[in-house]
Write a protein that binds this ligand. Structure first.
Ligand code: ZN
Length: 480
């Protein structure tokens, strides 16, 4: 996610006084069509960071005229851990956004009501506490085995909500379905937080059938193809770690497309302020081409960009700013997340720096290259790093940051990396390193420890002193 958008959210909720306190923001295939392949790489991966659970989702979603969704999510769950399971854990965030459960900073709530949870058409018991949903199994699910469960519920989105949101007659479906948790010595599902990303999901396959009461423009983590108004359809996507979908009211949105190296960028822009849409699709295409050239191939055939001021990354789709004077940093940042967050995966709760700080670093490097001056490139990170309360050790749980989350993750770490690479030859060396790191871990799961092993191997030395100044490096650090 992007800092300035999170600031705006906070400003909306609690006024400018809190501006400095709170902030935002494997295996392999494609949606629909594969574009290219990449080489296989081998490096020790700690079992501690493997997801331990895999899901294949078939979701039917129907929107009624009363703005209420009826959703049926069938999930084929595979136990990839070494333990037998007595239950299956899901992160069901809509239930953390109800009137009773929502974070107090959020003004509006949604409604969710579970109709049934079944296995082989038989109802099974479950426990639902805020966002944590545990399905109780009558018979244990052994390692390597799979089972199918079905969760049926209704959902009304918070109006002008945070990520999961309805705005007028457009619907932004972020973390809207039960997302299978990670399993490492138990289910690792965190309490829902609006600071950073509290949910850790694994790569899975999706089939989403939608049925709408009128025609919408549909954009999602899956593959849609040509932009057209539609009221029913099927979307598919493989190896997606989180399935997002937007239903956009055609009267409020226009679209523009651009194809870059076989990937179509599809920009959706508010129809009442279209004068920068052309420039924005060009800026998006330039950044995308730069990341493909300098970091690595984007193997998917579609990337959707919704300019709704969301400032948030999802697989194959991003929400970005539509501020005519000041959209570029957010746009580039969210696109860069496709490399560091989506195609290289990490736990954003414990290792937020691996997705956010690397994304800020890459974004700043791109802007530095584009505009040719240090001030423009790293200006924002420098400003943020001066805020307050930088943490010494940066790979700590989000809750432990206190007020230092923004300044540490979006400021201190990118600057620290910039300074490290400055001594080694600057941005060219930095890009070479990021590219090698990306290729090593593409569609895999990383933590701070595996990053450090790679770092030492890449530079052929022991950089522990440097790394341990800001990272706690334990191979078998507890997950939470
Ligand atoms: Zn971000």
């Amino acid at each position: 996610m992007k800092t300035n958008n999170r600031f705006k959210m906070v400003a909306i909720f609690v006024g400018l006084a809190l501006l400095t306190g709170v902030l935002c923001l494997f295996a392999y295939t494609t949606q629909g069509e594969e574009k290219k392949t990449s080489g296989e790489v081998k490096l020790e991966t700690s079992e501690n960071i493997l997801p331990g659970a895999r899901g294949a989702y078939v979701i039917d979603i129907k929107l009624n005229n009363d703005k209420k969704f009826h959703i049926s999510a069938e999930v084929e769950v595979t136990n990839d851990s070494k333990e037998s399971w007595k239950d299956i854990g899901f992160d069901f965030i809509p239930n953390a956004l109800t009137k009773e459960n929502k974070p107090y900073l959020l003004p509006n709530s949604g409604k969710v009501s579970i109709i049934s949870i079944t296995k082989s058409s038989k109802e099974i018991p479950y426990e639902l506490t805020k966002n944590k949903l545990f399905l109780k199994l009558e018979k244990s699910l052994k390692p390597g085995k799979s089972t199918k469960v079905k969760i049926e519920y209704t959902l009304e989105l918070p109006e002008n909500g945070f990520r999961l949101s309805r705005v007028d007659d457009s619907y932004y479906l972020a973390h809207w379905y039960p997302m299978l948790g990670h399993y490492q010595n138990g289910w690792n599902i965190n309490d829902y937080l609006i600071k950073g990303e509290s949910y850790d999901t694994s790569y899975g396959s999706y089939v989403v059938n939608y049925d709408l009461p009128k025609e919408f423009l549909v954009a999602s983590s899956g593959y849609e193809g040509d932009i057209k108004q539609t009221s029913a359809g099927k979307i598919e996507g493989n190896n997606i770690k989180d399935f997002y979908m937007a239903l956009l009211d055609p009267k409020d949105w226009i679209s523009k497309t651009s194809t870059v190296n076989g990937t179509t960028l599809r920009l959706f822009f508010p129809s009442n302020k279209t004068n920068v849409a052309g420039l924005m699709i060009k800026d998006a295409s330039d950044a995308f081409a730069y990341f493909e050239e300098n970091i690595g191939d984007y193997p998917f055939s579609e990337l959707d960009i919704i300019a709704n001021n969301g400032g948030m990354e999802y697989p194959n789709i991003v929400e970005v700013s539509n501020n005519e004077q000041n959209y570029e940093n957010t746009l580039v940042h969210e696109i860069a997340h496709q490399w560091f967050y989506f195609m290289v995966s990490n736990n954003p709760y414990n290792d937020a720096w691996l997705d956010e700080s690397l994304t800020v670093f890459l974004t700043s490097t791109y802007l530095l290259n584009k505009y040719g001056d240090e001030t423009t490139g790293f200006e924002r990170a420098l400003r943020i790093s001066a805020y307050q309360s930088n943490k010494k050790i940066v790979n700590i749980a989000q809750e432990e940051f206190g007020k230092g989350y923004v300044s540490t993750i979006y400021g201190k770490v990118p600057i620290l990396l910039r300074d490290f690479f400055k001594e080694l030859g600057g941005q060219e060396e930095a890009l070479k390193f990021l590219s090698a790191y990306f290729k090593q871990f593409q569609f895999k799961y990383v933590d701070s420890y595996s990053f450090s092993v790679f770092f030492n191997e890449y530079f052929q030395g022991d950089y522990s002193d440097f790394l341990e100044e800001w990272l706690e490096l334990k191979k078998d650090a507890p997950i939470n």
